[in-house]
Design a protein around this ligand. Structure first.
Ligand SMILES: *Cc1c(COP(=O)(O)O)cnc(C)c1O
Length: 424
């Protein structure tokens, strides 16, 4: 199955029914599993036999969706978790502990910035933020022998900065550490980070993967390519885990060492598990992901071009506009499209921007992106409401800025709605 194209994997991947079995992925709404012998269960606990023990750690419905996402990304294994936040937290904690540090791009999702800068710090893990305009030497000055991983987002939410995966993979590998990429906005349909040297991918499946704004979820995918024994730098993977009768993950699970440890140790201990019902809904979304991404991208590009030439618009930010600073990187990493999110500056500043929002009909005002339905948000009066205009500018949000998440409706209706609201 893994050899099929992504359009086929998204529909049929992960679950192949046997004779007479349900055609649709069943919801295994069971916390518990039954065994014929105590010995077999003992082997499961020793990780000697494969199979399910308890749904905090694994479940047949989740397993099928994990296999599908792993194949779509081209990995050796995946693990679903309760949210995108849980995915990034678990990926980091799997290989970083108190006294160590990570390096991350400054222009990443605000929730991840909080997680890294505030909550990880309380756990004793420091995050060093870097920016793309720094030279390699300037970035390397933030790396030391306790740096555990390098983190970025394929397309940053909402800054729309495109991550030069090859550049940062080379930098990370030079310092014997993995590159972790949050691929939420691109999805494997638009970019497969493993093809450019990334080692671990994370997702908020809440966004395009679900795509219908029905269920919060997250996923971690392991490329299986990183050599964890390098320089003895990752003893948590290459020396006995006392909490698991001395299992050595790299010896017992080879290329799947990282993702196996994430499950049997992190998910076991932290319990940030996805429910079978959530996995079922996510799977429905995945089945149409390639089709939806195609439409999100073509609609967004048409909207970006339309807004760029509109008399009521000051500026438009979309990576695949030729005028955009991210255009060259976007052409390389996102040739099929740069997702459905656009930032636009409305002429007339803050007041004009909120008036524009109030006059939209098809676009709903919501605190969400990557939904099949078009939606809009004015960051300055909502997510960044407490800040003065000067402080807004300092963190890259402008008072006249509106964030549009372009949906999959007909482009004529989308453009008419925008045009009406702009003229009002
Ligand atoms: C939304 C988002 C997250 C957080 O995901 P949740 O599912 O809301 O916890 C993480 N990274 C990116 C890029 C996101 O857009």
């Amino acid at each position: 199955m893994a050899d099929y194209k992504i359009e086929t994997l998204s529909v049929q991947g992960g679950y192949t029914p046997e004779n007479g079995e349900p055609r649709t992925l069943p919801i295994y709404q069971s916390t518990t599993y039954k065994y014929d012998s105590a010995d077999h269960l003992g082997d499961l606990f020793d990780l000697k036999a494969g199979g399910h023990m308890y749904s905090r750690i694994s479940n047949p419905t989740l397993e099928c969706v994990e296999k599908k996402i792993s194949d779509m990304e081209g990995g050796v294994g995946a693990m679903l978790v309760s949210s995108g936040q849980a995915a990034n937290l678990t990926a980091v904690l799997n290989i970083a502990s108190a006294g160590q540090n990570i390096v991350a791009m400054a222009s990443i999702y605000g929730g991840t910035v909080n997680l890294f800068a505030v909550t990880l710090k309380k756990m004793g893990i420091e995050t060093r933020f870097v920016t793309p305009d720094m030279t390699d030497e300037e970035i390397e000055a933030h790396i030391d022998e306790n740096t555990r991983l390098f983190f970025g987002e394929t397309v940053a939410n909402p800054a729309l900065v495109v991550f030069d995966i090859e550049r940062y993979a080379a930098l990370a590998h030079k310092h014997q550490m993995p590159l972790v990429v949050d691929n939420t906005f691109a999805t494997p349909v638009l970019c497969r980070p493993f093809e450019y040297g990334c080692d671990i991918v994370t997702h908020s499946t809440t966004k395009y993967m679900d795509g219908h704004a029905t269920v919060v979820g997250g996923c971690i995918v392991d490329s299986g390519k990183f050599d964890w024994s390098i320089g003895g730098r990752y003893p948590e993977l290459t020396t006995p885990d006392e909490s698991y009768h001395g299992v050595v993950y790299t010896e017992s699970f080879g290329p799947a060492a990282f993702i196996t440890k994430a499950r049997v140790q992190m998910l076991r201990d932290m319990g940030n598990t996805m429910s079978p019902m959530a996995a079922f809904l996510l799977n429905l979304g995945l089945e149409t992901l390639p089709l939806r991404m195609e439409r999100h991208c073509s609609n967004a590009l048409a909207v970006a071009k339309f807004l760029e030439s509109h008399e009521c618009v000051d500026w438009v930010d979309y990576p695949l506009l030729e005028s955009n600073s991210q255009y060259e990187l976007a052409k390389k990493y996102l040739p099929k499209g740069a997702c459905g999110v656009i930032s636009v500056g409305i002429k007339g500043g803050r007041a004009a921007a909120t008036k524009f929002l109030d006059n939209l009909k098809l676009f709903n005002i919501v605190v969400h992106v990557a939904d099949a339905r078009s939606c809009a948000l004015h960051p300055a009066s909502t997510t960044h409401r407490q800040l003065t205009d000067e402080l807004l500018t300092a963190c890259g949000v402008r008072p006249e800025q509106v964030r549009l998440s372009v949906g999959i409706e007909h482009i004529d209706d989308i453009l008419a709605d925008l045009d009406n609201a702009l003229r009002a």
